[in-house]
Design a binder for this molecule. Structure first.
Ligand SMILES: *Cc1c(COP(=O)(O)O)cnc(C)c1O
Length: 394
């Protein structure tokens, strides 16, 4: 252990994003769990109260049109689009990530055609994606093959219909090479489906630039949409006409109020809708996205890397060597916006950290997970978290 000069105040003073912190409701805990549930932007309760009291309470049914409720899934999708490098008209918001994984995978298999009988899934995926992929494979008569992202290039063949990958590993914080893996998937003639839950709002994604076919992600982590806020589905424009949803609800109909017994899909992103949108959650999310106005994802990424670098330096200074093992890659190109530290007593250690106002989370069986949300976490927070961690590990 060495006491390095750890200039947290200086780093905070130089931080261009520091003023954004005031836009969130935060007390004096160090909140390093925004990759699980983002903090509350301070203006959201007022906006939500207006939606409930005026739009619902006074306007009632008129709000579907007058308050823009009906078109909110596409409108909010277009607000998320610049954060993930997508042009407008390709993202729709609604349902959970799990449900959108299902829509995306079944639609991808249908687009890939009959000759391709294999579905590859990230073997290290967040579990829900794996469960849904298994069911999608069963329903479409394909074989599911779990492979690690590193094994994907070698596993691809003329049999591959689609590949489902996580952009950032939720456990280790490893960032996978989306451009290279997408290109490899395309070279085999398959479709690439990405889960962006731990990357959107933390780092540049470049969906259009890298030709991603389909993508999904949640909005309650780095996008601060609130507990259970609806997820999103991206379908690349060129594929939208061929997107054959396995859940073709009336909201995705070309004429939803035609009440026709025959299904006819709407054009564009709307085709990804299912049933009546979750208006209260959706409009809380829409308001929450205001904090991104004028914020560049590049600046967010730069600060995220500075925060995680600084955290690692502080942990090095305050913790006995060998007490924890960092499982998050050192290289910036392979690092998301979290640091995962392994130690045998991680569950107990995290309980003590939380009791002392340093909120991260524990991932089974031995991972201490710390998420760094550059909109509202500063360098002094990071130094304090590492100091308390060092004390609890001593
Ligand atoms: C958080 C997360 C989910 C969550 O799925 P829900 O259906 O929204 O509960 C899915 N995939 C990944 C990779 C996640 O990190």
């Amino acid at each position: 252990m060495s006491e390095l000069p750890l200039h947290a105040e200086k780093l905070d003073a130089e931080d261009e994003l520091a003023s954004l912190r005031d836009r969130f409701v935060l007390d004096d805990v160090v909140y390093l769990d925004g990759n699980s549930l983002g903090a509350l932007p301070a203006h959201v309760p007022g906006r939500l109260a207006d939606v409930v009291r005026r739009e619902w309470g006074e306007l009632r049914i008129r709000s579907w049109e007058e308050s823009g409720w009906w078109t909110a899934p596409e409108r909010v999708g277009d607000r998320i689009a610049p954060l993930v490098g997508a042009a407008p008209g390709q993202i729709v918001v609604g349902d959970s990530t799990s449900v959108n994984v299902f829509k995306a995978l079944v639609a991808a298999v249908r687009m890939a055609g009959d000759g391709r009988d294999e579905l590859l899934v990230d073997a290290t995926t967040f579990p829900t994606d794996g469960y849904i992929a298994a069911s999608a494979a069963r329903l479409t008569g394909r074989t599911l093959r779990p492979v690690t992202p590193a094994e994907v290039p070698g596993a691809l063949s003329g049999r591959t219909a689609a590949v489902l990958l996580n952009h950032v590993d939720y456990r280790t914080g490893r960032l996978h090479d989306l451009p290279a893996l997408t290109a490899a998937v395309h070279a085999s003639g398959a479709l690439a489906v990405w889960d962006l839950c731990h990357s959107a709002g933390a780092l540049p994604v470049g969906l259009d630039e890298h030709g991603v076919d389909l993508a999904v992600g949640c909005t309650y982590k780095y996008l601060n949409g609130g507990p259970g806020s609806p997820a999103y589905l991206y379908v690349r424009e060129e594929l939208q006409d061929r997107f054959d949803s396995p859940l073709p609800g009336w909201n995705s109909h070309a004429e939803p109020f035609g009440m026709s017994p025959e299904y006819a899909p709407a054009p564009g992103a709307v085709r990804g809708r299912v049933g009546t949108p979750d208006i209260l959650s959706l409009l809380a999310l829409e308001a929450a996205l205001d904090v991104w106005d004028g914020v560049s994802v590049t600046a967010v990424r730069a600060k995220s890397l500075a925060l995680t670098d600084f955290f690692l330096r502080c942990v090095g200074a305050y913790t006995e060597p060998g007490r924890v093992e960092c499982v998050t890659p050192e290289r910036h190109a392979e690092r998301g916006s979290q640091i995962a530290l392994r130690c045998p007593d991680a569950g107990e250690v995290m309980k003590r950290l939380i009791a002392r106002g340093v909120v991260g989370d524990f991932r089974h069986p031995d991972i201490l997970r710390f998420g760094f949300t550059p909109l509202y976490v500063g360098f002094r927070d990071v130094e304090r978290a590492a100091r308390v961690l060092g004390e609890e590990l001593a």
